[in-house]
Design a protein. Structure first.
Length: 117
């Protein structure tokens, strides 16, 4: 198999590059949420970072934006079927891996960081 800059592997790994994107997806696993609920659930995310994450995830087809014709206006964000496969597949596998090997990873990083000595 030849790996090129625009291959599917790169497209898939790009989903993990933006640190908040997987966090937003994880927050949506429990069901649709309004923006303010997402922000409160996640904690520590700026409004700008949340906006950017929501746009990226929507553009990648992982979440949908549902607007309701009511007053005051209401918008919910929810996982799409594609988003659900991502959270149930690669994200779950990564979570299992980090639960199993996270201490080893942390120790290796500490050994490699001269400032931690």
């Amino acid at each position: 198999m030849e790996f090129v800059a625009d291959c599917r592997l790169r497209m898939a790994t790009d989903l993990f590059i933006h640190g908040w994107d997987p966090v937003v997806l994880a927050a949506l696993v429990t069901g649709p949420h309004r923006r303010r609920v997402l922000r409160a659930t996640i904690g520590g995310i700026s409004d700008k970072a949340l906006t950017e994450a929501l746009h990226r995830l929507h553009d990648n087809g992982l979440i949908e934006r549902r607007s309701y014709a009511e007053w005051p206006p209401r918008v919910d964000y929810a996982l799409t079927l594609l988003g659900r496969t991502f959270t149930d597949g690669p994200m779950r596998a990564l979570a299992e891996w980090i639960n199993r090997y996270g201490d080893e990873l942390f120790e290796a990083q500490e050994r490699a960081d001269p400032a931690s000595s």
